[in-house]
Design a binder for this molecule. Sequence first.
Ligand SMILES: O=C([O-])C(=O)C[C@H](O)[C@@H](O)C(=O)[O-]
Ligand SMILES: [Mg+2]
Length: 417
Amino acid sequence: MSDPTRIKELIVTPIAFRDPPLLNSNGVHEPLTLRIILQLVLEDGTVGLGESPGGMARLERLEAAAKVVAGMDVFDTTAVGAAIDAALLPTVPSSHERGWTTSAVEVACLDAQGKLLGRPVSDLLGGTVRDSVPFAAYLFYKWAEHPALDGRAAVGDDWGEALDPAGIVEQARLMQERYGFRSFKLKGGVFPPDEEIAAIKALAEAFPGQPLRLDPNTAWTVETSRYVARELDGVLEYLEDPTKGIEGMAAVAKDAPMPLGTNMCVIAWEHLRPAIEQNAIQVLLTDHHYWGGLRRTRELAAVCEAFGLALSMHSNSHLGISLAAMTHVAAAIPNLDHSCDTHYPWNSADDVVLPGVLEFRDGEVKVPTGPGLGVELDHEALDRLHRLYLDSGVRSRDDTGYMRRFQPDYELRLPRW
Ligand SMILES: O=C([O-])C(=O)C[C@H](O)[C@@H](O)C(=O)[O-]
Ligand SMILES: [Mg+2]
């Protein structure tokens, strides 16, 4: 007799979807970005959903994971994670890298468990401490459109250009109008620091009292970071990854007047000890996609609480399965001190989940109450975006290479200033 909680198969589907020309310290987002959608099918036909960042390496690892999880019990997530980890170990020495794979599969397991039990994933994480989760508007310098290229016409969007303080304030107003966000993060590291300081000051004037953050993704030296921190004293709730590495961040933190946050220098369990010992960071941006999944993220929150680190949440270009997972875990973490990052407004037009559940009201997403993640797969959208993946030929993210198509002398330099 078949056992309903046994995993029958893991279906791994790479997809591509539209992305605006968002600028960062590495270059510019390409017209298409990649994710991988997981359908974990149980013997009884229950399907658990997962979503992972894309790219060939991640796809191959998830396909390898699919081979080892078949036949395992969906409630045995520790064993599922260990089996995947062991399968990847010979070819993927980095535990952080292996974590991307185990995390995506854990979310699919939890979604399936919730569906079997008729309970939301947040219940499986210990229950909610908030009914809705606050997110920040994620502001980017951006071009008005993807320029015409290789016979392809230019691709515009309804956000417009943002290349100076006025453009950033206008984008923030649109974000607030459309989604009600009450805090703002600016992706920096694009223009000389004084221009980005001016943009933050313009936001502070336009949105008095609303929390602001700036994240140049290590585009600055220690000296430049100290200068920016001084200039933005009293203006930022935290400054994110101004410079590279735990030592560099510790040097900046010594006299920065605001907390420093990271999703770059503390990305694995072994980074916590040196970062805490050196007081390199005061805010950790967690991300269940690489911290081992939703349960490990909950555990990470407890570690942060023990050591007095504040907690925020990182995001990359993502769709609704990830947003649902982020919302469930954020709802279950008592010490979530800051609104979470999300790229969702930039990509939601191409979602793979049916509309109606994940909506931003006053900058918050209500925690889904349906079984599992509470979202339903849009099979038509999945097929369409998988075909787009196959036809596009895009197989990895290359912000720098894409920038060079328009500025051949563009150099990736970190720190740049
Ligand atoms: O907080 C962050 O560092 C990010 O969101 C990383 C992303 O890759 C962001 O820089 C982007 O999408 O360009
Ligand atoms: Mg960051």
